[in-house]
Design a protein around this ligand. Structure first.
Ligand code: FAD
Ligand code: NAP
Ligand code: SF4
Length: 687
């Protein structure tokens, strides 16, 4: 899918009353900063940085038109004149940088996590504690007035337009589908009635704001839930929204409660482009492609083939605010690609933390984590080129320090090189590629195949020495653990030792799950997974011939091995995985027949297999191999407290470099790449 030029991506789009400078939209993302007025200057800096990076149009996180539409208590709202002043921080900052921005109006309906929730009918959602009230006729009319008032205030605040959030299972989507709309009045029943709320909102906003204001509607194209809309209904809604006065039609896929994933890393890139192309054929206004588009080549291909008029990428702009400028200046190899891990963005949002980005810890912290040239250039050694070391070395070099990065193996990346081999985690290779290029552009001196010693570090006269040597896998104390049928995850992923057809995995953390995915994959099937195979596995019907895009039958691939995934804790297996991706991992393994066992006691390993007890009941798992994924311990041998007194060279004693340790070398518990990269960047910025 590689294209040499990105001429379609960079082409302007004339909307008649205004022109977008290119075809790239930064889609709406809730950062958490929207919810408190005192955070608006930070939000303004966040958007300004992205406007400076060249994106054609941005959309804010969801702003509620009133209290009933809050996602969370006291969430970001635009319904008083006073709110205009907060939002002006954003619009002014964006316009100063030559950008354009829409405010997204989002009414959460029954997805709200607060007691005032309302919906089309009083049906509780599986993902909120609060049962909604069904809106009365008067309630519907006041909701329409709130939307119109909200759009009018957005216009006063200087926004270039608004996006009406009509997908992902929020209020308007709840009215649109019979799953949640059981009304028997003029707002329920036929699709004409179910879409009335959306259509009237668009019509009335258009009448209020005039023609020269962008009105983008995000339409749910595939609901991926039972009781979702059919293709004919989707087309009817799209046409009605166009006639009601929308300028642009954005697309959305899957309700939040859907059990088909739509944005995690294992979803194939641009999986939904063909459906967007079908939608584009039935309307005349510009249509936007969205979901799992993360590289300029994929985006260009969508536009070049005419599947969409614009491309929306959201998380890729957390990962790299300069995405578009890098494309325009032919530096696409310098783009920090979003790996769709959700760990620092959506997982944060759903646990009420500020959204940021695993690969770019500055996202959302533009005014707090600043990389500036330091007045004095120091000589810095970084030992270990895993995520922690790569982040430290490149940020330190960007800040003007003279940095040498030592790596004992022949490649950079550390454990990320193992992660990127897992089926469905191919994107992780992009981070290694990005850091490789950044080492070149920042001038870090890379010393591969160099297991550095303490003496060597001291002899070279470094001012700062950063130990980022990572971890060693933990070997649990189980009788028989040293037998040849027991392997570590390194034996499997790195040393490629042969593994039998029946396997027990000890440890059900992130690595245990990943090793299971790896062992379930039939090596004769090419990776990354094709859209067709992905649809078959998850039961997605992209033609939407069935209601809601749910295929009548799932066709999971035949499991390649028989697996047991075990933990000692009695909690649900996989409970420690990411909020927005854990269910996908659990479902994927369950589809493939993996037996998940909690509350396991490990008794011994012998020729017969693994002897365990579950709730006191002894069991033998007759397996060919036992694989250890039982956590890690820090590797920080370079850093004893008395390192200078161990040196044999007395002349070195006058110099005391500052030692630091970060990532796994500092603390292996609760370690992930998010923490490793953030720690590295923060340390480097402070040197
Ligand atoms: P490491 O990545 O372990 O890097 C340490 C580096 O130091 C290595 O390259 C090593 O060769 C080098 N080194 C060691 N000693 C020396 C020496 N004396 N001299 C020179 N070099 C030395 N995390 C996530 O956040 N999300 C995920 O989805 C995820 N998936 C994973 C999947 C797998 C299969 C694995 C194994 C890990 C995964 N992780 C994931 C964990 C993540 O990769 C680690 O948390 C992260 O790599 C830790 O970074 P680090 O830099 O501290 O250490
Ligand atoms: P982990 O999440 O801490 O899991 C370790 C597993 O080993 C647990 O299931 C634990 O469960 C078990 N265990 C610990 N000590 C044991 C012992 N002495 N004997 C037997 N079992 C033991 O660590 P990890 O799986 O090694 O992953 C490392 C880090 O990488 C994690 O922090 C994780 O966040 C990150 N990672 C993330 C992802 C992701 O998708 N986000 C993927 C891979 C890795 P019991 O104690 O209950 O037995
Ligand atoms: Fe993308 Fe992960 Fe960053 Fe979110 S945290 S923007 S998914 S790389």
């Amino acid at each position: 899918m590689t294209t040499n030029s990105h001429s379609h991506l960079l082409a302007p789009l004339d909307l008649g009353f205004t022109t977008l400078k290119n075809r790239v939209i930064m889609g709406s993302m809730h950062t958490g900063l929207e919810d408190r007025f005192y955070n608006y200057p930070k939000l303004a800096a966040y958007f300004a940085e992205r406007a400076r990076g060249g994106v054609g149009l941005m959309v804010t996180g969801g702003i509620s038109p009133g209290r009933r539409g809050w996602l969370l208590p006291f969430g970001g709202t635009m319904n008083y004149f006073f709110d205009v002043f907060n939002h002006q921080h954003i619009t002014k900052a964006v316009h100063l940088e030559g950008g354009k921005i829409l405010m997204q109006i989002l009414h959460s309906g029954r997805y709200g996590y607060q007691p005032f929730v309302v919906s089309a009918s009083a049906i509780k959602s599986p993902i909120s504690l609060f049962k909604p009230r069904a809106l009365t006729e008067a309630g519907i009319q006041s909701t329409i007035r709130e939307y119109v008032h909200c759009a009018k205030l957005a216009q006063k605040a200087g926004y270039d337009g608004v996006e009406i959030m009509g997908s992902e299972g929020y209020l308007l989507n709840q009215f649109l589908c019979s799953r949640t709309n059981l009304r028997e009045d003029g707002w329920g029943g036929s699709i004409e009635n179910r879409m009335r709320l959306s259509v009237e909102i668009v019509q009335k906003i258009r009448a209020e704001v005039g023609e020269k204001f962008i009105l983008m509607y995000r339409l749910s194209v595939l609901d991926f839930v039972e009781g979702g809309n059919s293709w004919e209904e989707v087309v009817q809604v799209a046409r009605a929204i166009e006639h009601a006065g929308a300028t642009i039609l954005n697309t959305g896929f899957g309700w939040h409660e859907a059990r088909i994933p739509t944005i995690v890393t294992s979803v194939p890139r641009a999986a939904f482009r063909a459906v967007v192309a079908r939608l584009k054929a039935v309307v005349t206004i510009p249509v936007v492609a969205s979901n799992r588009i993360n590289t300029p080549d994929v985006a260009e291909d969508i536009l070049a083939k005419g599947d969409a008029d614009l491309v929306s990428m959201a998380r890729p702009f957390l990962a790299d605010p300069e995405f578009v400028n890098k494309v325009a200046t032919k530096r696409t190899d310098e783009i920090n690609t979003c790996i769709a891990c959700n760990q620092a963005c959506l997982d944060h949002t759903f646990s009420n933390q500020r959204a940021t980005c695993l690969v770019n810890p500055r996202a959302g912290y533009e005014t707090e984590l600043i990389y500036i040239k330091k007045p004095i250039s120091k000589k810095v050694a970084v030992v270990g080129s895993g995520p922690a070391g790569l982040s430290t070395a490149t940020v330190a070099a960007e800040c003007g320090h003279d940095v040498t990065l030592f790596e004992s193996s022949n490649q950079i990346g550390g454990q990320f090189r193992l992660a990127m081999q897992i089926p469905g985690k191919e994107e992780f290779a992009e981070t290694v590629r990005y850091f490789g290029r950044r080492i070149e552009t920042t001038g870090v001196k890379l010393r591969l195949n160099h297991r550095v010693t303490r003496e060597e570090l001291i002899a070279q006269g470094f001012d700062e020495i950063v130990i980022a040597t990572g971890i060693v896998p933990r070997t649990p104390k189980i009788v028989g653990v040293n037998r040849p049928n027991v392997l570590s995850y390194l034996d499997v992923l790195q040393h490629k030792k042969p593994v039998g057809k029946k396997v027990a995995i000890i440890g059900a953390g992130g690595i245990g799950f990943d090793v299971a995915e790896y062992l379930l994959h039939d090596p004769s099937v090419a990776l990354p997974i094709s859209v067709e195979n992905w649809c078959a596995e998850w039961g997605a019907d992209l033609t939407n011939l069935t209601q809601g895009g749910l295929a009548t039958q799932k066709i999971p691939a035949e499991p390649f091995r028989q697996l047991y995934l075990l933990q000692r804790k009695v909690s649900k297996v996989g409970a420690s995985l990411g909020k927005t991706s854990g269910w996908v991992h659990r479902a994927a393994l369950t589809h493939k027949g993996v037996i998940l066992l909690a509350g396991v006691e490990y008794n011994k390993i012998d020729d017969a297999g693994l002897h365990i007890s579950v709730s006191g009941e002894p069991r033998l798992l007759e397996v060919d191999n036992v694989i250890l994924c039982a956590g890690q311990d820090p590797l920080a041998e370079l850093m004893p407290d008395d390192f200078v007194s161990h040196s044999s060279d007395a002349s070195l004693l006058h110099r005391q470099p500052n030692f630091h340790r970060i990532g796994g070398a500092r603390l292996a518990a609760e370690l992930d790449a998010k923490r490793a990269i953030r720690e590295g960047a923060m340390l480097a910025a402070s040197l």
